[in-house]
Structures are given as structure tokens and as C-alpha cells.
Design a protein around this ligand. Structure first.
Ligand SMILES: Cc1cc2nc3c(=O)[nH]c(=O)nc-3n(C[C@H](O)[C@H](O)[C@H](O)COP(=O)(O)OP(=O)(O)OC[C@H]3O[C@@H](n4cnc5c(N)ncnc54)[C@H](O)[C@@H]3O)c2cc1C
Length: 396
């Protein structure tokens, strides 16, 4: 398994459930690189429950009870339930680092090896023999199958599908941070707040302990370089955020002023790939279907992929080609529908004139109040059909 983000560890854990042993190869050193926050939607939480990890995730995060939408002046556009227990598990907001830690701890406790500082540079997608992965440190690894869980800039994808469309920079950089004590009321902490204004979009919700996590974006013509992404300094970004969002309703200005080191993430959109597998190699998670963050579903889809891929391999015995084909066929329609839904909402983030913002507010008010809660139902309700042809996972 290449990549120890979200899809990689989950894939290795589900593979073990079906009797396939895996090793995870991760480019970064241990404990590095998983900054910012993430909201895991109910469908993703149900996958974590199947791994026996939902309790840990809820303990480290904050349950999202409601979605609330506001204009920049603080007028409420809509508020509706984020599902609660209706879908099994609730949505949970937590730090990406905490989700990562929970997954990595579980790999370790199950004896699944993670090899760090192993940056994949090439893979030979042979059908007849073992697949060979080559790493930047000059080492290689051989296995029967290779799962490319190496994210939106997947080297696996580039190596195995050289003609596949490249991810397109979406023109924005996601930024986010954590404010250790923001003094939000409990009811507010358990809601995700989305504010749409003429200069763009700002979101926040409660995270671990009394902290609040926030996220937004800034506009760029080209993606940030590695050095710029690694920059955790506050000043320049804080000034930019203050200019754009400082006058939005409370407590947004306060969150910007009191935030800890911010995270920056280039946002890419991946055009639909003709196929997710070739010979003994298959892509999962963002490597197969990255989307802009508007959908709020990408991590959940990565988790679903992991579970479904293991199910397909279990149900087809040693016929990996058939397993990969069933996996792709079963997942593609759902994934592409969610990608399309996210793209339709991308306009909500745009910087526009105050008049356009008022028109958009009206559209959001009508749309969210009429369809908001219903529009999430089909995404949240989905469950990977683990039982078809086999025993259900033991934990809950
Ligand atoms: C700004 C922003 C906000 C987001 N917010 C949300 C949200 O609230 N909710 C949600 O559901 N989703 C959200 N997402 C999306 C979510 O983060 C991803 O969908 C999810 O992390 C995908 O998991 P993954 O394992 O496929 O990829 P990743 O999490 O990107 O993991 C890939 C891993 O592979 C490693 N890797 C990369 N290249 C190599 C290589 N060559 N060799 C070895 N290892 C390699 C990386 O270091 C990394 O650890 C957001 C994304 C962005 C950009």
C-alpha cells in the first residue's frame, strides 16, 4: 500500500480482515504532515466503526450535530441537522493529525508494518509477475498487488497511467488553523458554521477540548511550492485573512487573530480517470478521484474505497483483475455523483460583488432551506455491503 494518509491505513486494515497481509510505504517521516482539520461525514464514520475506531475518533473530536449557514453580516441563512444518529454514526470534526494517529496506532497494534521515508518513484505494473515498487532511497519492494493510496498527486497514477489527465489546480489554497480556547458555547461547538460573503467563504466548528478549528481559502494563480506549503508562519497569511474575512461576523475576526500556526494546502481537482486499475495495481482515495473540498466527502469516500476494495478481493478469491473491475464499477457512479455535487457548490466560495453576494444569499437561503438536509441524505445513507458473500467485520 503506497501512502499512509486516510485511504492507505484503512485499506491495509481491511485487507488484514480478509486475510491479505500488507505493508504500508509512506513518503514522509513518522508524525509529519497531517495538519489542519477534517470533518468525517457519517458514511465515513460508519467505515471507521467497522474498523472499531469510531469511539476513538469521537473521543478525540467534536460531534457535528448541525450545519449552520450565514451571510457575512451574520444573518442566518439556514440551519439543519447533520444527521445525528440517523445514519448510524454522526459526523465528527477532528484534527487531521488525530485521525492519522488513530489509524497509525491501529496499524501498529495489529502488527501491520508502516515504512516511513519511502517515496515511491516508479512502479512496474506487470501482470504476469510480482509488482515492483521503487523508492527514492534506491530500495524496491515486491508484492502480489499494489494499492496506490498516495493522494491527489499520486505517483502511482502517473507511473501506471502515464496518459491519465493530471490534477488541475483549482486556483485556491485551503488554509486552516486551530484556536486553542475560543470560548464557543457548547451548542455552537457542535455545529459546523459556514459563512458566505462577497470576499469568499469561512468555516469553523468545535474541535478537541475547548478548541475551535477553522478553514477558509485564499486565491492564487499557481499552486504553492513545497517551501511555501511547509511555511507555518502566521503574519502574511493573517494579514491576508484579516483583509478578506476580518469584517465578517463574530467570532471570525477573533479566530483569525488568535489562531495557531496555519496549514496551507493546494486544492486540486482531478478529472475523471478512464480506469482506476491496471494489471496488479489499483488506485484508492484521492489518487483515484480527488475533488475540491466543497463536497465535504473526500475522506469518507477514501474510507469507503478501502472497505469496498477489501470486500471485492475477499469475494473473488485470487482473481484480482475481477476484484478491481467490480470495485471500480461499484464505486465510480457514487464517486462521480459526489464530485459533480461538489463542483456545483464551488461557486459558493467565489469572491464576487456585494450585489452578486446578495443574489447568491437569496439562492442559498431558498436552496438550503428547501433541499439542504435532503441533499445530504443519499451520501450519508450509503453503506459498503460488507456482508455480501462473507462475514461482517466484528467490531462496531
Ligand atoms: C483544504 C482541504 C480541506 C479538506 N477538508 C475535508 C473535510 O473536511 N472532509 C473530508 O472528507 N475531506 C476533506 N478534504 C479531503 C481529504 O483530506 C482527502 O480526501 C483525504 O485526505 C484523502 O485521503 P487519501 O489517503 O486518499 O490521500 P492523502 O490523505 O493525501 O494521503 C496520501 C498519503 O500518501 C503519501 N504519499 C504521497 N506521495 C507518495 C509517494 N510518492 N510515495 C509514498 N507516499 C506518498 C502522502 O505523504 C500522504 O501521507 C480536504 C482537502 C483539502 C485540500
Amino acid at each position: 500500500v503506497i501512502g499512509a494518509g486516510v485511504a492507505g491505513p484503512a485499506t491495509a486494515l481491511f485487507l488484514k480482515r480478509v486475510g491479505i497481509s500488507a505493508t504500508v510505504y509512506e513518503a514522509r517521516p513518522p508524525g509529519d504532515g497531517a495538519g489542519g482539520g477534517v470533518v468525517v461525514a457519517p458514511n465515513g464514520m460508519n467505515v471507521l466503526a467497522a474498523l472499531g475506531l469510531a469511539r476513538k475518533v469521537k473521543d478525540r473530536g467534536s460531534i457535528v450535530v448541525e450545519n449552520r449557514y450565514f451571510t457575512e453580516s451574520g444573518r442566518r441563512l439556514a440551519r439543519y441537522s447533520n444527521g445525528g444518529d440517523r445514519y448510524g454514526e454522526p459526523a465528527v470534526a477532528l484534527l487531521r493529525g488525530d485521525l492519522h494517529r488513530i489509524l497509525i496506532d491501529e496499524l501498529q497494534s495489529q502488527g501491520i508494518e508502516v515504512r516511513y521515508r519511502k517515496r515511491l518513484v516508479h512502479v512496474e505494473p506487470r501482470e504476469t509477475n510480482k509488482v515492483v515498487a521503487s523508492f527514492a532511497d534506491g530500495t524496491t519492494a515486491r508484492g502480489d498487488l499494489l494499492m496506490g493510496a498516495d493522494g491527489v498527486q499520486s505517483l502511482t497514477r502517473a507511473a501506471v497511467f502515464p496518459d491519465a489527465p493530471a490534477p488541475k489546480f483549482a486556483g485556491l489554497v485551503g488554509v486552516g488553523g486551530l484556536v486553542p480556547t475560543a470560548g464557543l458555547a457548547k451548542e455552537d461547538r457542535n455545529s459546523v458554521h459556514f459563512t458566505f460573503g462577497a470576499r469568499g467563504y469561512f468555516g469553523f466548528c468545535g474541535a478537541r477540548g475547548g478548541s475551535v478549528m477553522w478553514w477558509s481559502h485564499v486565491w492564487r494563480d499557481k499552486p504553492l511550492t513545497q517551501a511555501e506549503l511547509a511555511d507555518r508562519s502566521l503574519e502574511g497569511l493573517q494579514r491576508e485573512l484579516r483583509d478578506a474575512y476580518g469584517a465578517y461576523h463574530a467570532p471570525i475576526g477573533e479566530l483569525i487573530e488568535n489562531t495557531g500556526a496555519p496549514l496551507r494546502l493546494n486544492v486540486f481537482d482531478l478529472p475523471s480517470l478512464p480506469t482506476w486499475h491496471r494489471a496488479r495495481v489499483v488506485l484508492v482515495g484521492d489518487a483515484a478521484h480527488a475533488m475540491t473540498p466543497t463536497s465535504g466527502q473526500a475522506a469518507a469516500l477514501a474510507l469507503e474505497d478501502a472497505m469496498d476494495l477489501a470486500r471485492c478481493l475477499r469475494d473473488t478469491g485470487t482473481d484480482h483483475a475481477r476484484a478491481f473491475e467490480i470495485f471500480q464499477r461499484g464505486r465510480r457512479e457514487r464517486v462521480e455523483r459526489i464530485v459533480a455535487a461538489g463542483r456545483r457548490r464551488d461557486g459558493e466560495r467565489l469572491a464576487i460583488t456585494p450585489f452578486q453576494a446578495r443574489v447568491r444569499d437569496l439562492g442559498l437561503w431558498v436552496g438550503l432551506n428547501l433541499f439542504g438536509e435532503r441533499s445530504q441524505d443519499w451520501m450519508y445513507r450509503y453503506r459498503v455491503d460488507w456482508t455480501s458473500g462473507g462475514a461482517p467485520p466484528g467490531a462496531g
